[in-house]
Write a protein that binds this ligand. Structure first.
Ligand SMILES: Nc1ncnc2c1ncn2[C@@H]1O[C@H](COP(=O)(O)OP(=O)(O)O)[C@@H](O)[C@H]1O
Ligand SMILES: [Mg+2]
Length: 376
């Protein structure tokens, strides 16, 4: 079913005529009944269809001080579902993603992709979709609230404490398990937009993949790849995908390598503020990953040397293999999960002990991390 839906809405070539585009737009669902019709055979997870009025209540009328983040197609607000909103609902904190842009065809299609994929898949390392709103031109998604926000917000924040090594490895492990689950699903899924802003963290730094707007069904039968319009994020996308549009699960493995590099170095995949040869993280760091002595010079200085050297070498070699230009030479996500497992630090040290000890000695401003992890 999932496949059929994505055949129906297969990505349109750039030279598509306006009338063809119009025909495809009219195939997109325009109310909750049509959404549920599309979901009928694949709807493993029950989703709540919210009205727009209910979302106003949940988000305090989309108050600006509730904005958690924004991106391609609108803003994400923090919200609260209270018992009196509707009978039978449990009180819960949520994140509400409003596709408010220009109500574009692409925006609506990405909204639908999330409804379909997250309405079907469930795993501890994927963010949980609670419901959606499909009313008039409103296209909204309601997710479980992830208290610490994105890995991007945490890793590159100038205000928050640097993430310790143990937590970086926990994040890599969690995110790898999420991707492995997608690749090994009965109908494999390619995530296609793996990057730090799409990995969210709960209070205990469990990583969950969110933002399934660009996810695609994997190749079927004896096909080696799916052909797509090239979409994703420059700096994370695999070189062969950018060049040919051929998408395989190994494209996600490459992006995973980039994120692992970001966790190791504390640098962004693309950073225009750096000297020219350091702007593209992969180009700059790749040759250094195999050189044991030089490697330590590129590890995030904010870690102040507080990491196990052997663990750093192993993680660096893993990133190196993920970033192989030959997609077939890259490891499978399952191999990556297995390699990251021995690099994990026992849970006790990760969650409370070490981190809280550091937090308690902080200036007031940095204490904000604990109270409101979204403040960065
Ligand atoms: N469930 C959530 N809990 C907390 N913050 C979230 C949640 N979903 C999204 N965000 C925040 O909003 C940002 C953008 O969300 P995302 O789903 O990636 O939207 P976009 O399609 O615009 O990239 C994220 O990087 C994160 O900071
Ligand atoms: Mg995103």
């Amino acid at each position: 079913m999932l496949c059929c839906i994505f055949c129906l809405f297969s990505e349109s070539p750039k030279d598509q005529s306006p009338s063809e585009k119009q025909r495809e737009v009219s195939k997109l669902p325009s109310n909750p009944e049509e959404v549920e019709d599309l979901r009928r055979d694949s709807a493993t997870n029950p989703l709540i269809a919210f009205t727009f009025e209910e979302l106003k209540t949940i988000t305090g009328n989309f108050r600006q001080d509730r904005v958690l983040g924004g991106g391609g197609f609108g803003s994400v607000y923090k919200g609260f579902i209270t018992e009196d909103l509707r009978e039978g609902l449990q009180p819960i904190q949520v994140a509400v993603k409003v596709h408010d842009g220009d109500n574009s065809y692409q925006g609506h299609r990405e909204w639908l992709a999330e409804v379909i994929f997250l309405g079907q898949l469930s795993h501890p390392n994927l963010v949980k979709l609670i419901g959606y709103c499909c009313e008039d031109d409103h296209r909204v998604l309601i997710y479980e609230y992830m208290a610490r926000g994105s890995v991007e917000n945490n890793l590159f924040s100038k205000v928050l404490l640097p993430l310790p090594w143990s937590i970086r490895m926990k994040i890599a492990f969690g995110a790898a398990k999420g991707l492995a689950f997608l690749h090994e699903a009965k109908k494999p899924v390619i995530y296609r937009d793996f990057k730090t802003s799409n990995i969210l963290l709960d209070l205990d730094y469990n990583a969950k993949l969110s933002d399934f707007g660009l996810a695609k069904d994997g190749p079927e039968g004896d096909k080696s790849h799916v052909s797509t319009r090239i979409m994703g994020t420059y700096g994370y996308a695999a070189p062969e995908y950018i060049m040919t549009g051929h998408l395989t699960p190994r494209s996600d493995v490459y992006s995973f390598g980039v994120v692992l590099l970001e966790l190791l170095t504390g640098r962004k995949s693309l950073d225009k503020s750096r000297p020219a040869r350091e702007q593209n993280l992969t180009d700059w760091a790749l040759p250094l990953l195999k050189e044991k002595k030089k490697l330590l010079n590129i590890i995030d200085p904010r870690l102040s040397g507080d990491y196990p050297i052997k663990g750093v070498h192993k993680a660096a070699m893993l990133a190196y293999h993920c970033l192989n230009r030959n997609p077939k030479a890259r490891p499978l996500m399952r191999d990556i999960v297995d390699s990251l497992e021995p690099l994990q630090v026992p849970e006790d040290d990760v969650s409370t002990g070490k981190v809280i000890t550091v937090i308690s000695g902080l200036p007031k401003e940095e204490l904000k991390r604990k109270e409101d992890p979204h403040c960065n």
